[in-house]
Design a binder for this molecule. Sequence first.
Ligand SMILES: NC(=O)c1ccc[n+]([C@@H]2O[C@H](COP(=O)([O-])OP(=O)(O)OC[C@H]3O[C@@H](n4cnc5c(N)ncnc54)[C@H](O)[C@@H]3O)[C@@H](O)[C@H]2O)c1
Length: 314
Amino acid sequence: MLRKIGVIGGGTMGHGIAGAFALHELSVHLYEPSARQREGILPAIREACELLVEEEVIAASSVPAVLGRIKIFDQLAPAVADREFVVECIPERMELKQALFAELDRLCAATTILATNTSSLSLAPMIAGLSAERRGRTCVTHWYNPPLIMPLVEISAFGNTTPEIYKAVASLHQAIGKRTAKILKDIPGLIANRIQLGVAREVFSLIEQGVADAADIDVALKFGPAFRYATTGQLEVADFGGLDVWLTAGDHLLAEMDASRESSPLVRRKVAEGKLGVKSGEGFYRYDPAAIPALRRAFFQRLLRQLKASRAYS
Ligand SMILES: NC(=O)c1ccc[n+]([C@@H]2O[C@H](COP(=O)([O-])OP(=O)(O)OC[C@H]3O[C@@H](n4cnc5c(N)ncnc54)[C@H](O)[C@@H]3O)[C@@H](O)[C@H]2O)c1
């Protein structure tokens, strides 16, 4: 199995991905160019580990070893020189990622597997400048936030990735407890983000039409469809309900539902007014600034409890 991991970029995703590999006894080298950002990486991983301890996911005694497996670098070359698998988590800009892959190709061993955590960019242009051999060892591994908790990693099997490389990458992520989804086609957003945005489009439209207030729409989602989705996928739900039932519902309702091809006007208005959600104190709900740290912690706690419960399901 791949055991020497490199992570490029120590922001929101990179520090969590580094933590997730270290939690499962793998050696991690993390390259982060910003000194300010570097200082916050280990404290942030320590804080996440403390929550895992509180929720009895890991033992308190294991935390120093987890942190000890992560070595932080201010230079790229020494960070990646001996790595077997390197995943980049730098900002979502094609030209930055293209330049980084060209450098990684030069600095890494010929056998190193490279990956991008891109959410919305296509893999092919990102690696077009690399040799066919390297393109065959380069893939998308798309994590969900927060990476230490969320089990999903979508992995590309398209492009030049060979079946052996796909298998090695999927096995690595499965070995650290992740649930992998194999993606066969290079489409923006892969699977999970597209499903999420489809739901969000209808939810934003319902509130804009005044069908219900925010709390009632969220109750309908959490205790209706999302309650089932936590344990049963949409295609399983469709089979349980009967495809004839889904066919009739689609014929009756889809023509009535939101089919916009751009973001919700309501969300656009809120953003223009500076109502960005928790980070600005108001979005669809209002947040007392003093209560925000506790709210964030409670959000992570709910995810962790969900993670523990989900271990019973295949
Ligand atoms: N935030 C999410 O919820 C999320 C979820 C899944 C995937 N992604 C994807 O993960 C990637 C990273 O997103 P993020 O939210 O962690 O971004 P971020 O802005 O929080 O972190 C990016 C980090 O990369 C560093 N960086 C900038 N240029 C660099 C370079 N040339 N080399 C090395 N490091 C560099 C920055 O200093 C920063 O610490 C993006 O491609 C994004 O689309 C994000």
